[in-house]
Design a protein around this ligand. Structure first.
Ligand SMILES: [Zn+2]
Length: 109
């Protein structure tokens, strides 16, 4: 069973709603059980959202590495490759962020 806090949106997994919301402190009465359909959306999207977040994290790491390579400035073709990598991972990061934002707005989290 998945319970959702009507105050802050926190999702709780368990037989019963928590006595107090771990995020906003709202009492148990503020929790409502998700419908089976909504609970399925949340379960199905859990791993997918984690993957999006990991890709976002990796793209940030690649951007940092590219930045370091640009700073070293070994030769123009290296700098060019690093600049391209930085631009490309920006696209990857933003695309995955937009997808995540879409999931949040459709209750898939
Ligand atoms: Zn709450």
């Amino acid at each position: 069973m998945i319970w959702k806090c009507s105050v802050c949106g926190y999702m709780h997994r368990g037989e019963e709603a928590p006595d107090q919301c771990p995020k906003c402190g709202a009492p148990k009465e503020k929790y409502a059980a998700l419908s089976q359909e909504d609970a399925k959306k949340v379960s199905d999207s859990d791993r997918t959202n984690d993957i999006h977040m990991e890709i976002i994290e990796l793209s940030m790491k690649i951007a940092q590495l590219a930045e370091e390579g640009i700073d070293i400035d070994l030769d123009p073709s290296c700098v060019d490759a690093f600049k391209k990598a930085k631009d490309e991972v920006w696209v990857i990061k933003q695309r995955n962020k937009a997808e995540l934002a879409g999931h949040m707005s459709r209750g898939k989290w």
